[in-house]
Structure formats: structure tokens, C-alpha cells
Ligand binder design. Structure first.
Ligand code: PLP
Length: 369
């Protein structure tokens, strides 16, 4: 069965390791075990003693309870432990989508959300976010895209790449649209809790809709992409379906990763404080830079770790990004890799001095164009 090339993964695999200034990353200064254990007051010996067996096949009870605590009225029975959110999203599609189903996918998003349903034979309709709405969903357009045949609406909130965060009113309206036709809503929430305004909504779709499915992971909010731990959270019926599919491609996640994820989840406040500081510092550096650059513009950033900047230049985004990379070592992601022309995704939560230096190189290069 044919599947489209995963454009951002292909681009990053090709260039990331050679970038002097890597602005494609979506992670926040990833932890080493040493740093994580120092921050959380844990003893490294604990991990050295762990036997390297399969561990608890469906994930430890401790882990599932920690995850359930991030939601309202959820228990371990509402959680499936997966190989990253990428594994979680795949399991959701494999469990729910049949040929001829309709799937509405809001883009830009992680490409899984439209390419896997397409591969499974679904009719995929794309609803495109627009900068003039600050990259928030045009709810009328979403409503028009949904029909009685719609099995699933899929979105990503907070959004990668745009940095938009939906408010409760918008989420409830999406639920209403889905409920009207009995559709599931998959919300990829890997950037959950990374709101820049502490008082803004971190509501999960799984908490407001019976057919709402949340995918989440340790990669972004907890700076632990290397442990490959993710989750699907939904009602028990959906989770049972997902767990049947899971038996065929997961067995278990690594027992060490399970333990490390528990340590991090049990220290969420400390990690959030560290990470929000990094996010806000990077955001300020980026915002000041955009304000100084006449050829670059962007919308207000509300959450997550990436910005989607527009550039004023006749080149397409692949040519623009590759010319920049070849001449300066600065790597940004072409918007066309996320189906949006004339934009670039800039991750601003990497090492701050390297980021500042990279932006200076970017400015020098822009002056010569
Ligand atoms: C929106 C979104 N979903 C899923 C993933 C995959 O995350 P994970 O590392 O948890 O598999 C990413 C990674 O960049 C992402 O941005």
C-alpha cells in the first residue's frame, strides 16, 4: 500500500545533523538523565538496578495513573501507553479508519494526520488554518467540511507549527460540530501545558467529549523525546480497540523509559517551570528579531515551541530554506513541507546563544538578498 513521503521527517533527516544553527527542532533543551535526576532529586543508582525485561506489557500502573491525573475523571483504564505520540496517532488511525470513511484534517499539522487516513483508503478533506485568523480554525469552514460520513476530525492543539492555542469556546464548538454527525475528534496534544500565558486554556478534548481522543507524550512538555513514550487517552471502549491494535506493533515500551517517564510526570511543576522559562526567553529573542526584520512577519505566539514566519521573497520555501542553509548553516523548515507556501517554521527553544547567533547570520544573509 502506497503512502506519501513524510515531508518534514525527510527534510530533517537529510539536513539536521549538518546544521550549525538548527532551528527545525520542536523540543525544549532535552534532558540528560543526569540533569533530570538532579532536578528531581533522584538517585541514578535506582535506574542502574532495573532489570531489562519487557516490563509491564501495557505500561506500569504507576505510569498510567500519572497520565490519567493530567485529565479530569480519568483512570488507568482510559490510557494506552504508546511508542511516542507518533505511535499513538498511528494506533488511533489503524483502529478507527476504514476505506470510504471521511476524515477532516486541520492543517498545517503533523503529516500523519492526513497521510495515514489517506493510505487507509479514507477520503481526506483538509481545512487550512489562515494567518488572518491568527491561525485559529475557521469554524464555519470546518462545519461545511463535515458530513454524515465523517468518521474523524483530527487537529493539533497547541498547534505545530503556528503556535496557536484554541480556547474553550472554540473547542466546545468543534465538539458540537463533531457530535452532530457522531464523529470522533482526535486532538494531538503533544504541546499541551506549553501555553505562554499561564491563565489560558489547557483543556483536553478527552475531557470535554465522549468521542474525544487525546494523544500526548513525554517529548515536548517534558523534554524527553529520547525515551519514546506517548499516550492515547480516551473512553474505555476506544482504548480497548486501540489496545488490540497495539498488541501487533508494540508489545511494551522500554521498562527504563516507563520509569523515567514516571519520574518526570511526578515532577511536572518543576519541569514546567524550567521549560516555560526557556520557551519565553526564546520567544522574546525571536519576536524582537522578527520586529527588526522588514522581510519577515509572524502572528502572535500563544503556545508550543515553534513559530510559522512569512517571508517576503519570490523563491518557494524549499529554495529559500536551502539557499539559507547552504550559505549560512542556519536550518529552518520550509512551509511547503507542511503544505503552506511562503512560510518557514522556526523552532525557538534550542540552546539560546546558538539561536541568537543563528538569527544574526540569518539577518546578514537577508540583507544580501
Ligand atoms: C504535532 C506532533 N505530533 C506528534 C509528534 C511526535 O511526537 P513523539 O516524539 O511523541 O512521537 C510531533 C513531533 O514533532 C509533533 O509535532
Amino acid at each position: 500500500m502506497e503512502i506519501d513521503i513524510f515531508k518534514i521527517e525527510e527534510f530533517m533527516n537529510e539536513y539536521e545533523s549538518r546544521a550549525k544553527y538548527d532551528m527545525t527542532t520542536t523540543c525544549i533543551d532535552s534532558f540528560s538523565l543526569k540533569n533530570l535526576f538532579a532536578l528531581t532529586g533522584k538517585n541514578l543508582d535506582e535506574i542502574i538496578e532495573k532489570p531489562l525485561h519487557y516490563g509491564d506489557i501495557t505500561g506500569s500502573l504507576r505510569l498510567k495513573k500519572n497520565v490519567a491525573n493530567l485529565y479530569q475523571n480519568k483512570t488507568e483504564k482510559n490510557v494506552s501507553v504508546t511508542l511516542g505520540a507518533i505511535g499513538g496517532n498511528s494506533l488511533v488511525f489503524l483502529s478507527l479508519i476504514e476505506p470510504e470513511d471521511e476524515v477532516v484534517s486541520v492543517i498545517p499539522t503533523y503529516q500523519q494526520h492526513y497521510s495515514i487516513p489517506k493510505q487507509l483508503g479514507a477520503k481526506v478533506k483538509l481545512v487550512t488554518l489562515k494567518p488572518e485568523l491568527n491561525w485559529h480554525i475557521d469554524l464555519k469552514e470546518l462545519k461545511n467540511a463535515v458530513t454524515k460520513r465523517t468518521k474523524l476530525i483530527t487537529l493539533n492543539n497547541p498547534n505545530n507549527p503556528t503556535g496557536a492555542v484554541l480556547n474553550d469556546e472554540e473547542l466546545l464548538e468543534i465538539v458540537k460540530i463533531a457530535d452532530n454527525v457522531g464523529a470522533y475528534v482526535l486532538c494531538d496534544e503533544v504541546y499541551r501545558f506549553l501555553n505562554h500565558d499561564k491563565n489560558s486554556s489547557t483543556t483536553s478534548i478527552a475531557d470535554i467529549y465522549n468521542k474525544g481522543i487525546s494523544t500526548f507524550s513525554m517529548s515536548k512538555t517534558f523534554s524527553l523525546a529520547g525515551i519514546r513514550v506517548g499516550f492515547v487517552v480516551a473512553n474505555e471502549k476506544i482504548i480497548s480497540k486501540i489496545n488490540v491494535q497495539r498488541q501487533y506493533n508494540t508489545i511494551s515500551i522500554s521498562a527504563l523509559d516507563d520509569y523515567i517517564a514516571c519520574v518526570a510526570l511526578e515532577n511536572k511543576d518543576k519541569i514546567s517551570e524550567r521549560n516555560l522559562k526557556i520557551v519565553l526567553e526564546g520567544k522574546k529573542v525571536l519576536t524582537d528579531w522578527v520586529n527588526r526584520e522588514p522581510k519577515i512577519s509572524m502572528s502572535v505566539l500563544e503556545g508550543g515551541t515553534t513559530a510559522f514566519v512569512a517571508y517576503d521573497d519570490p523563491r518557494n520555501s524549499y529554495d529559500f530554506a536551502l539557499n539559507l542553509f547552504n550559505e549560512t548553516g542556519v536550518l529552518v523548515l520550509p512551509g511547503d513541507a507542511m503544505e503552506i507556501p511562503k512560510h518557514l517554521r522556526v523552532g525557538y527553544c534550542g540552546e539560546i546563544e546558538n539561536f541568537k547567533e543563528g538569527l544574526n547570520k540569518f539577518s546578514d544573509w537577508l540583507k544580501k538578498q
